[in-house]
Write a protein that binds this ligand. Structure first.
Ligand SMILES: [Zn+2]
Length: 374
């Protein structure tokens, strides 16, 4: 009888294990300083005809123009609108009063990435400088969990992001700026050779190099949590080059499409991987301010989020009146991993991902958002 009970216990346990979805993989992709306006309405019909911001207005009209926001956004971001909109979901179309905002006061990059990864809109002023972040982030939290230990990595174009994520504290493999990659195979040797030959190096590495380095690492190491931080969109916008800002956005859409394809054709990742795609801040709304962003420029706190994959309902473009916040992502990333984010500071609640995910748990104090400041 005892043996029978044990047998029953064992079989029911193995049944549970067989039914459990297994450890989920989570990829977080950030695209620096991309406005919700381009995500949801495509190329701005005013800006693409403005010779102050575009070198060849008629050519840009051919490539990105269109009669409707739907047509223009699909030209600009085919993966977002042909795949994510059907199999995932997109938040932040303010034309439907569907809002995503940052909660930090500053509306620049360091505070934005801090908010995404720590769930905390730190009120202390941190300019975009190489200062190690005191706030514990969700990546290092997941790295303390058995299923994720040693399986967390980040590749980012911006050389300050490793400080936001405090790689000196957590020793995670975080590769930023023109930092060499580990020469673990012939491809990474070539990547380093190319990087050394880049003549003009600023704070932001070419996104194409960040992408290739991340892609090689994914195939070789199979990380369970991966950050891909892309940055040239913000660079081109600050240079007031709207044409190059759009081109880079399309290039990044293709990079995300390629990584999604890679993931969905790899048995390790297939149907067990979630993508979260977002930005660190918005930019100005007006034609005279689209290129700028900070606490004085209206619209800089307005952002967006896109998600696809395991655990993400296929709700498409969300058109409900609602409000979510950037700081909810840290706990959401942990929740997708089946964990509760524990840190050394207060963190906002995870998003409630249902078919209608804008029904949100209280988001805590939201000082400094555009909403609160109105
Ligand atoms: Zn930024």
């Amino acid at each position: 009888m005892k043996a029978l009970c044990l047998l029953l216990f064992l079989s029911s346990t193995s049944l549970l294990i067989a039914q459990s979805p297994g450890t989920r993989n989570i990829f977080i992709i950030t695209i620096d300083g991309v406005r919700w306006q381009e995500i949801f309405t495509g190329a701005d019909t005013g800006l693409i005809h403005d010779p102050r911001f575009v070198s060849d207005t008629s050519l840009l009209q051919d490539v990105y123009g269109g009669d409707s926001p739907e047509r223009r956004r699909e030209k600009l971001l085919p993966f977002f609108w042909q795949v994510i909109a059907r199999k995932g979901q997109l938040s932040g179309n303010r034309l439907y009063q569907n809002k995503v905002n940052v909660s930090n006061f500053y509306k620049i990059s360091y505070p934005g990435y801090n908010e995404i990864f720590t769930g905390y809109a730190d009120p202390r002023p941190v300019l975009n400088s190489p200062k190690p972040n005191n706030n514990i982030n969700v990546l290092e939290y997941l790295n303390t969990q058995e299923e994720y230990r040693g399986r967390v990595a980040a590749f980012c174009s911006w050389d300050i992001l490793p400080y936001v994520l405090n790689e000196t504290r957590n020793s995670l493999p975080i590769n930023g700026g023109y930092e060499s990659v580990e020469e673990a195979d012939s491809a990474s040797v070539v990547i380093n050779q190319v990087q050394k030959n880049v003549q003009v190096r600023n704070h932001c590495r070419y996104d194409a190099l960040t992408f290739v380095a991340a892609k090689e690492y994914i195939q070789r190491e199979h990380p369970r949590v991966l950050v891909l931080g892309l940055g040239e969109t913000d660079e081109f916008a600050h240079q007031k080059k709207y044409d190059l800002y759009l081109q880079q956005l399309t290039a990044i859409d293709k990079m995300i499409s390629d990584i999604w394809y890679l993931v969905q054709t790899d048995p390790f990742y297939r149907n067990n991987t979630s993508f979260i795609i977002t930005t660190d801040h918005g930019r100005g709304r007006k034609p005279t301010a689209w290129y700028a962003h900070n606490l004085f420029v209206k619209g800089s706190g307005e952002t967006w989020q896109a998600m696809i994959g395991a655990g993400i309902p296929a709700a498409g473009e969300l058109r409900e009146n609602g409000q979510i916040f950037q700081k909810q992502l840290a706990a959401t990333i942990a929740a997708l991993a089946g964990k509760r984010f524990i840190s050394n500071h207060a963190a906002a609640e995870a998003l409630v991902l249902s078919g209608q995910p804008l029904a949100v748990v209280s988001a805590g104090i939201d000082t400094g958002t555009d909403m609160a400041r109105k």
